[in-house]
Write a protein that binds this ligand. Structure first.
Ligand SMILES: [Fe+2]
Ligand SMILES: [Fe+2]
Length: 239
């Protein structure tokens, strides 16, 4: 259990602040202008992400005894390191932004699903509930982004596969530099060792399936997204 607690707190130390990045992304997008339908979706999305931020702060405080003041200072220091330039070319048109959101949210859904299984459910009812809400909400965010693509940009479905391949390549490139760029999107640099090698390939197929342009991966592949563990481990260690 001490090992589990140590890994969970290390995970929370990052996830708390990733959720907080939603506010930055929301402000950035609204300043540049988005369609009314996207804006309405973003309002609900931000409310959820800020709820996640507050819930994870409480979990982190309960488990690691880190004070809320300390978390505020950490959030402020991370805000200074933001670097949206590294993904700015993906944020030029709304179709690409929605697809990037879908890509991020489906990754979060499966990632939190594993975290719920390996960590959240072992730390009492309240923390288990937080984990369940995270999985449900991120899944809904993925679905909402996909629905908007289908209703607003049906003529861009032909671009989905190539655009997703660009996201995947950029994410891997950013992961190699290991830098935190704090923009909510493609921010899993520190997490690469925690996923099976084909994680992106499978989640990308899930996105394509949701958009009606591919078949859903088989159940075995979907299960591996959140049940995969490195050989000899009972849970995925958090570096
Ligand atoms: Fe979230
Ligand atoms: Fe989300």
């Amino acid at each position: 259990m001490p090992q589990l607690t140590e890994n969970f707190t290390r995970l929370l130390a990052r996830d708390v602040f990733s959720e907080a990045d939603a506010q930055f992304l929301y402000d950035w997008l609204l300043e540049r202008g988005v369609s009314n339908a996207f804006r309405a979706m973003l309002e609900r999305w931000l409310a959820d992400e800020l709820k996640h931020y507050q819930a994870l702060r409480r979990c982190y405080h309960a488990l690691a005894r880190v004070s809320y003041d300390e978390m505020d200072r950490e959030a402020a220091s991370r805000a200074k390191q933001r670097n949206i330039e590294s993904i700015a070319d993906f944020l030029v048109d709304e179709f690409s932004i929605l697809l990037l959101l879908a890509y991020d949210e489906i990754g979060s859904t499966y990632s939190y699903r594993r975290d719920l299984h390996e960590f959240y459910r072992h730390f009492g009812r309240a923390i288990a509930k937080v984990g369940q809400h995270l999985v449900r909400d991120e899944g809904q965010h993925f679905s909402n982004a996909a629905e908007l693509i289908l209703s607003l940009y049906p003529d861009r479905l032909k671009d989905v596969q190539a655009t997703l391949a660009q996201f995947d390549a950029r994410e891997k490139q950013l992961a190699r530099t290991g830098s935190y760029h704090g923009t909510f999107f493609l921010d899993h640099a520190q997490e690469q060792t925690r996923f099976p090698k084909d994680f992106n390939a499978i989640t990308m197929q899930v996105i394509e399936a949701r958009l009606g342009i591919a078949a859903l991966p088989c159940q075995g592949k979907l299960k591996r997204l959140w049940q995969w563990k490195p050989v000899g481990c009972s849970f995925v260690p958090v570096p």
